[in-house]
Ligand binder design. Structure first.
Ligand code: SF4
Ligand code: SF4
Length: 404
């Protein structure tokens, strides 16, 4: 928790220039000062001084903030807005998230419950009940074909490198990613092994706490940190392919945080094997906020993708939130959908259809939902790892190495 002096000093750094306003998704939608970073900072200042005019209005405007950190990136005064928001959520806000979010938070750090919900979700899809559910609520849209089993339970503890071993890493499987996108985990491990890394999967790892942190429910976060710090004690490098979890893990104590590498950050820094004679394709890259703003990873994916034949199209709004933001789609579904609609309009102004690439499960679901709802299915959405793995798979040696 920050002390009052630190908070006051951050708040005093705001020069009220307003440069952050046009990049704030909630301000873009509403045009309201109270829905902008500057307006929120002024309310936080008042709350800290005990001068709030209305606690309800404060709760409302702070809880509509996506926690996307875009304002931090553009602020000329270097305001650490994320720290202010975290303090507000834990110390100054009345908890107000929905029952759906409360259930989600309970599920994600109970692996057996997560497995059960994953299984039921997969069954719902196989029975085509999901089609009906999507008609009832947008909240069921955008999901991938769910597996009956998550990744970690059936994973090995160690995957050897292919060819000469150049290093050893451990892999953080997470909870949402593990149960929704096990195929992307498998692809990540194939890519690491193909590039000479053995990959450890510590079975005692658990939820990182990102979703809890996002809504200010920090009560059990120290326990989650302790569990993961112990589970990954034996390695120097921890790979993660979910931007939201990566940002959270980089907030752990320094000894652990410095080991965490997003997969694109890692691949950018190694001697990455690049296949020859690869087909080219155009795509839009939409940067997850927790990658570009929270982790400051921007150039790495844009540098790697062209090596795999991807011609990235201009997309100036790539750095703006898609409205996914952890459990925001559950708590603030109307605003979340408005932001998504704007994102899809921005995408359609730049391209006529095709591939959208991202690097976070929440964004992947949200963008796929946006593509289905607002673009007449003109787009498909993929994780950067799916694209790289797909190109590698054109090489028969790669395909043979991982034949089951
Ligand atoms: S850009 Fe920074 S200094 Fe300017 S209003 Fe926004 S938060 Fe304040
Ligand atoms: S974190 Fe995002 S939504 Fe919140 S004030 Fe900053 S730019 Fe706006």
């Amino acid at each position: 928790m920050m002390n009052k002096q630190n908070l006051e000093s951050i708040l005093n750094d705001c020069i009220h220039c307003g440069l952050c306003l046009p990049t704030c998704p909630t301000y873009r939608e509403t045009g309201l000062e109270a829905e902008s970073p500057r307006g929120r900072i002024m309310m936080m200042d008042a709350a800290l001084k005990g001068e709030l005019k209305s606690q309800d209005s404060f709760n409302e405007h702070i809880s509509t903030c996506l926690g996307c950190y875009t304002c931090e990136t553009v602020c000329p005064s270097g305001i650490e807005y994320g720290d202010l928001l975290s303090h507000c959520q834990t110390e100054l806000l009345k908890p107000s998230h929905s029952i759906k979010t409360s259930i989600l938070l309970k599920i994600v750090n109970r692996p057996w419950l997560l497995q059960l919900f994953g299984f039921l979700g997969a069954l719902t899809q196989r029975l085509k009940i999901d089609v009906l559910l999507t008609k009832i609520s947008h909240q069921f849209g955008g999901f991938p074909q769910l597996p009956f089993r998550g990744f970690k339970n059936s994973a090995l503890e160690l995957y050897p490198a292919i060819g000469e071993k150049v290093g050893s890493v451990a892999f953080f499987t997470g909870c949402v990613m593990d149960n929704l996108y096990p195929n992307i985990h498998e692809a990540t491990i194939r890519i690491l092994r193909w590039n000479g890394y053995e990959v450890h999967i510590p079975k005692s790892q658990g939820c990182c706490g990102a979703l809890h942190h996002h809504v200010g429910q920090t009560k059990n976060i120290l326990d989650m940190q302790k569990q993961n710090i112990q589970a990954f004690d034996f390695v120097d490098t921890i790979i993660i392919n979910s931007a939201g979890c990566g940002a959270e893990l980089k907030n752990y104590p320094e000894g652990f945080a410095s080991k965490v590498k997003d997969i694109s950050e890692f691949l950018y820094n190694i001697n990455l094997s690049v296949p020859e004679n690869i087909p080219t394709q155009k795509a839009i890259y939409d940067a997850p906020c927790h990658l570009i703003h929270a982790q400051k990873i921007d150039l790495q994916p844009k540098h790697i993708l062209p090596k795999f034949g991807v011609e990235l199209m201009d997309f100036p709004q790539s750095n703006l939130c898609c409205g996914a933001a952890g459990s925001y789609t559950l708590d603030k579904s109307t605003m979340s959908n408005e932001i998504l609609k704007t994102k899809m309009d921005d995408i359609q102004n730049q391209s006529k259809g095709g591939l959208i690439i991202t690097a976070n499960p929440g964004c992947q679901i949200q963008l796929q939902k946006g593509a289905d709802l607002y673009t007449e299915n003109k787009y498909s959405v993929a994780h950067i790892i799916e694209v790289i793995d797909g190109i590698y798979a054109n090489d028969s040696a790669y395909a043979d190495a991982f034949k089951k």
